[in-house]
Design a protein around this ligand. Sequence first.
Ligand code: SF4
Length: 307
Amino acid sequence: MKTEIRQSLAECLRFARELGLESTTLNPRFFAPAQPAAVTAAKSAPARPAAPAASPRPDARPASPPSAPTPRRVAPASAGIAAADAFSFSIPAMPGTMGQEPRPAAESLPAIRSDLGECTRCKLHSLGRHNIVFGDGNAQPRLVFVGEGPGADEDEQGLPFVGRAGQLLTDMIEKGMGLARSEVYICNVVKCRPPGNRTPEADEIAACLPFLRRQLRALAPELIIALGATAAHALLGTQPGRGPLNALRGRIHSLEISGWPARVLVTYHPAYLLRDPRQKKEAWKDLQIAMHDLKLAIKPTSLSDGS
Ligand code: SF4
């Protein structure tokens, strides 16, 4: 390699280091033995005359959508043409601009509800639904409760947790945690009542879950409490049937919802507590974790003795 090219290459590499570039790719053609000019010319395709530049039509659309981000190749002009042809640099992707999907901004609840519309995305729309139960409560809550799906009372009124289980949830919030129900937000994994109050099926959860995630992103609470196994598994992405709900209780789980760092605590569903009141003591332990996390004062409550 000639001395001046070696010096140019060294200058280019110094320039790359100053820019913080990650990698350098050598161009193998640069180092291939040179072919005689006549042979090179014979192999070259005849040059086509350049097409005149057409003026873009005002209604013209781009010929193709923007391509996926790829590392930019840059050669430093100051280093001279010969050395610049010898290699190219890879610029590391810049967070949030090239290498990553931009984080979607939080939407408003009315916009999400409007997008849901008179939803027919899963079969629950045709299995006796009277009302879509979107959610209810404070739109800027510190705490959100997520249940499984609406029951008969909820389907009738279009509001979440208004039956017997809803009354117990209100007690948990107001008598247990010392908050007003109107301070929190309450919603479900599926927005339409499964017939006979059966557990929502996997395809129904899959169809409705994106709306729950958008809701939670819009609400951005400090803490989400998943009520029961269906809500816990849907939010945490864990497999239903793999281990008891107990294994998920007792700690705050961290997860990401569209770039937003969500925190989830798992406890029993109030309908389960109505069937087995002895578990109220366990639910009270979970609420105390939430209260400690939210820095709420903890007082003795009737929930603690299972009554
Ligand atoms: S449960 Fe959800 S996805 Fe299914 S129809 Fe109702 S709103 Fe749509």
